[in-house]
Design a protein around this ligand. Structure first.
Ligand code: SF4
Length: 355
């Protein structure tokens, strides 16, 4: 394996060729593509339709932010990509998850295990509960390398130090023997990121990576993720409920509501002029430096019960622009130009500010 600099003096292992996944993601196909994915949870109380026809794509080196309130289906979609949904109760009745052209849903559990971590890795919100309190962090970072890559203890420790330096943990050489409780919340999240990067994944899924952290540390972690993505040319799916944290990091945003993508656009277009009333509501609820004297408002009501999704447009009980058509007819996905969509009957009117 060859090495290259990550730009901060640390040398990182260059991604090994992956002969088992021939598609490169730059041969016309996407690196990762979800096509019309449905996920249900079958419970004693009924069937919760959690993902209802989600399609999105990701190319090498770009960041897609998947945004939505709790229960919108954004994390379940990520778990479906990782193959870590408990099945049952989860059922995937239809859809495709294409990674370098291969449908992950058609692979055996053994084949999926080979992809997890090495091709697609994930970090979670709660670093403390994801780390084992009784092992030093360096041991935990190196564990996958010993188990999966056959590295010796000394080599895995060396690599753990490299990874800790890559995620900018100060005095990595000394701290490699420290335990999780000896790190601050932000430093623990850096340890989690180092673990996720151990096998040089092509895709990193970050599920609410900063929610448990205070605002200053949030910004530092987002900066770090942005830098790593650029330096390692890694693709990233950033899952968040907070539109405020994605502006500087994401290339595109997919907004989810009730298990559907209701709007998809590049970050600039979406911030400038949302094309769905739900996105508009989300934007109006965050303070913006470029909107002096802005009145902050919140979206009234709560996300729907996914066992009883409202008729027509699922957002209609909360939408200030809802009309009878919204109650009766499910909106189709409107194409509004280059890679921009909105699932609202009145997408054009919302986009140009008429409603
Ligand atoms: Fe609102 Fe109707 Fe558009 Fe749904 S379709 S977002 S209810 S205006």
């Amino acid at each position: 394996m060859s090495k290259h600099s990550a730009g901060n003096g640390v040398r990182v292992t260059e991604r090994a060729s992956r002969p088992e996944w021939q598609g490169s993601g730059d041969d016309g196909g996407h690196l990762l593509e979800l096509r019309d994915l449905f996920v249900e949870f079958h419970t004693r109380d009924g069937v919760a339709k959690v993902i209802n026809g989600v399609s999105y794509h990701l190319d090498a080196g770009e960041t897609l932010a998947v945004l939505g309130e709790s229960g919108s289906g954004k994390s379940v979609t990520a778990q479906a990509i990782m193959g870590i949904l408990d099945m049952p109760p989860a059922v995937i009745p239809s859809g495709q998850i294409l990674y370098r052209g291969t449908d992950l849903l058609k692979l055996s559990e053994d084949e999926r295990r080979k992809i997890r971590g090495k091709q697609i890795a994930m970090i979670f919100q709660d670093a403390l509960s994801a780390l084992n309190p009784v092992f030093p962090v360096g041991w935990q970072i190196g564990e996958t390398l010993r188990l999966r890559e056959g590295l010796s203890r000394a080599d895995s420790r060396r690599r753990a130090i490299e990874l800790m330096e890559l995620v900018k943990i100060p005095a990595a050489r000394q701290r490699v023997r420290d335990y999780p409780h000896q790190f601050s919340g932000g430093m623990r999240q850096r340890v989690m990121i180092a673990m996720a990067l151990a096998q040089d994944p092509a895709v990193l899924i970050a599920d609410e990576p900063t929610t448990a952290l205070d605002v200053t540390v949030q910004a530092q972690i987002m900066d770090l993720l942005g830098e790593l993505r650029r330096e390692l040319n890694m693709a990233m799916i950033l899952i968040t409920h907070d539109l405020g944290v994605v502006a500087d990091v994401a290339d595109r945003i997919a907004v989810m509501y009730a298990g559907r993508i209701v709007e998809h656009a590049d970050v600039h277009s979406l911030y400038e002029a949302p094309a769905h009333p739900y996105t508009k509501g989300l934007l109006e609820s965050i303070p913006r430096l470029d909107h002096k004297g802005q009145q902050l408002t919140t979206i009234k009501g709560l996300p729907p019960n996914l066992m009883r999704i409202p008729s027509g447009c699922p957002f209609h009980p909360r939408c200030p622009f809802a009309r009878q058509e919204c109650v009766d007819v499910v909106p189709t996905v409107h194409q509004l130009g280059n890679d921009r969509t909105s699932a609202c009957h009145f997408a054009e009117e919302v986009l140009d500010g008429r409603i």
